[in-house]
Design a protein around this ligand. Structure first.
Ligand code: ARG
Length: 450
C-alpha cells in the first residue's frame, strides 16, 4: 500500500509552496479568531524552521508519511508540539494540494516565459545580423523562392511569442485560490478566503468548492501550451539538424553543441538539436497522459489526481532544458552567408520572378510566362548555370524579342528578396522592422512583469 500510495518521492517538489500556503492559512485562522495568536505564532515560527530545513537540505522526508503535506505537518509537530495540530483546522489535503500545485505551475509558467524571452532574444540577434542574407526558402523541403535568413528566423519568433501568450492565458485562468474549499464542501468555520487568496498572490478565491478541489484544468492547460511550444522547438531543432548537415552547411554548430563520433573523426553530430526534437515526445505524452487520468472522474477529489504531478514536473523540466539548449545553440551557431547564397541560386528560385516580370513588363499571360520560364530553367540546367548567367539572346529566343536587359534585375536573388516588400514579406527592410517591433514588445512585457 505504501508503495502505491505514497507521493513524497515526487511531491517533495511542492515543499516550498506547501509551507507558504500553510503560513497564509495559519495567519488567516488567527485573524478570524479560529485559533489563538499564541498558537499562530508558534506555527509561524515552526514553519520558518521547516522552510530553512527544506532549503538547506536537512529536512528528512519519510515515505511512511505519504506526502509532502503530512511530512511538513509531522515535522511541525516535532518542532512545536500540540499547536501544530491546529494548523489543519478548516482545510483538507484536497484544497491544500490543489493550492500548492497551482502555485507551482504558476512559478513554472513564469520561469518558462523568461526562458522563451531569452530564446527570442538570440533569434532576434541572428535575424538582425542576417536581415539581408539570401537563402533558399523551401516548400516540401524543395527550394521554392529566395528568402532572407533573417525572415526565416523571425518566423520562429512569431511562434514562440504565441507560446508566451498561451502561457499567459493559462496563468490568468489558473489564478484562483482553492484554499478553504476544504475536502469538497467548504467549511463551517468562519474563514476568510479573500485573505488567504490575496496573501498567496491569487486574484480571488475559487467560487465552487467541489470544482476547485478536483479541477486540474490549470495543469492540462499548462501541458497543452507546453506541448505546442515543444512542437515549435522540435521544428527549429529539425531545421538546425538539416542546416548543419554536410549537404546544406548553412550553419556551423559550436563545438559545445555538437559531438564527434567515436569512430568517424570527420563527424560533428547535432546531438543537442536531436534531443530537443525528441523531448517533444515525452512532453506531449505528459499532456495526453493527464487528460486520460482526468477523463471520467466523478466529482470531487479522487486519488487518481495524484498522478498529475510527475507529468507536469517532467514536462516543465524537459521544456525548460530544451528551451535553454536551443537558445544556446542559436546564439553560438555560425551561419555561412556565402553557402546559403550559393544554394539560393542553385535551385532556380527566381523562376517565379522571371515569370512575373514577363507578365508585368510584356503583358504575357501568366500560363505562357510559366511555360517559357520552365524552358529557360531546363536550358540553364543543361548548361549547369544560374538563370542570370544565360545570355540575353537565349532568353529572347524563348520569351520573344521584346525582352530587354532589364530582365536580369528580376533574376538576381538579391533583387528578388528586395522586391517582396509587402507587409509580412521577406524584404530586408521588412525583417528589420519586425526585429525592431519585437525588441520593443519584449522590452515592454519585461517591464510589465517586473
Ligand atoms: N498526495 C495527494 C495528491 O497528490 C494529496 C491529496 C490527498 N487527499 C486525500 N484525500 N487522500 O493528490
Amino acid at each position: 500500500m505504501e508503495e502505491i500510495n505514497a507521493s513524497i518521492a515526487f511531491d517533495r517538489r511542492l515543499a516550498r509552496q506547501d509551507v507558504v500556503a500553510s503560513r497564509a492559512h495559519a495567519a488567516m485562522l488567527a485573524a478570524t479568531g479560529i485559533i489563538d495568536n499564541k498558537d499562530a505564532e508558534a506555527i509561524r515560527e515552526g514553519l520558518l524552521t521547516v522552510m530553512s530545513e527544506i532549503e538547506n537540505g536537512t529536512f528528512e522526508f519519510s515515505t511512511a508519511l505519504e506526502d509532502i503535506h503530512m511530512n511538513v505537518e509531522a515535522r511541525l509537530g516535532e518542532l512545536i508540539g500540540e499547536a501544530a495540530g491546529r494548523l489543519h483546522t478548516a482545510r483538507s489535503r484536497n484544497d491544500q494540494v490543489a493550492t500548492d500545485f497551482r502555485m507551482w505551475v504558476r512559478d513554472a509558467i513564469d520561469l518558462q516565459t523568461k526562458a522563451l524571452h531569452d530564446l527570442i532574444e538570440s533569434l532576434l540577434e541572428q535575424a538582425e545580423a542576417g536581415a539581408e542574407w539570401t537563402m533558399p526558402g523551401f516548400t516540401h523541403l524543395q527550394a521554392a523562392q529566395p528568402v532572407t535568413w533573417g525572415h526565416h528566423l523571425m518566423a520562429y519568433v512569431e511562434m514562440l511569442a504565441r507560446d508566451i501568450g498561451r502561457l499567459a492565458d493559462a496563468r490568468r485562468r489558473l489564478n484562483e485560490c482553492p484554499l478553504g474549499a476544504a475536502a469538497l464542501a467548504g467549511t463551517s468555520f468562519p474563514i476568510d478566503r479573500d485573505m488567504t487568496a490575496g496573501a498567496l498572490g491569487f486574484d480571488s478565491p475559487a467560487a465552487n468548492s467541489m470544482d476547485t478541489v478536483s479541477d486540474r484544468d490549470f495543469a492540462l492547460e499548462f501541458l497543452s501550451s507546453v506541448s505546442i511550444c515543444a512542437m515549435h522547438l522540435s521544428r527549429l531543432a529539425e531545421e538546425i539538424v538539416i542546416w548543419a548537415s554536410p549537404g546544406y552547411r548553412f550553419v556551423i554548430l559550436s563545438d559545445r553543441f555538437s559531438t564527434g563520433s567515436s569512430i568517424m573523426p570527420q563527424k560533428r553530430n547535432p546531438d543537442a538539436a536531436e534531443l530537443v526534437r525528441a523531448k517533444t515526445g515525452r512532453i506531449t505524452g505528459a499532456s495526453v497522459a493527464l487528460s486520460m487520468v482526468m477523463k471520467g472522474l466523478p466529482l470531487a477529489y479522487s486519488k487518481d489526481m495524484q498522478e498529475d504531478k510527475e507529468q507536469v514536473f517532467d514536462a516543465a523540466d524537459s521544456l525548460m532544458l530544451a528551451t535553454t539548449a536551443t537558445a544556446a545553440m542559436v546564439s553560438t551557431m555560425k551561419p555561412d552567408r556565402e553557402r546559403m547564397r550559393e544554394m539560393a541560386i542553385r535551385g532556380f528560385p527566381t523562376a517565379t520572378d522571371l515569370a512575373d516580370w514577363l507578365v508585368r513588363e510584356l503583358g504575357v499571360a501568366f500560363r505562357d510566362a510559366h511555360h517559357m520560364t520552365g524552358r529557360l530553367v531546363k536550358q540553364a540546367e543543361d548548361r549547369e548555370c544560374a538563370l542570370d548567367e544565360l545570355a540575353l539572346e537565349d532568353i529572347q529566343a524563348i520569351c520573344g524579342r521584346d525582352v530587354s536587359r532589364d530582365v536580369f534585375s528580376a533574376l538576381s536573388v538579391e533583387e528578388s528578396v528586395a522586391s517582396r516588400r509587402s507587409y509580412g514579406g521577406t524584404a530586408p527592410e521588412r525583417v528589420r522592422e519586425q526585429v525592431l517591433r519585437w525588441r520593443e514588445q519584449m522590452a515592454s512585457t519585461r517591464e510589465r512583469s517586473r
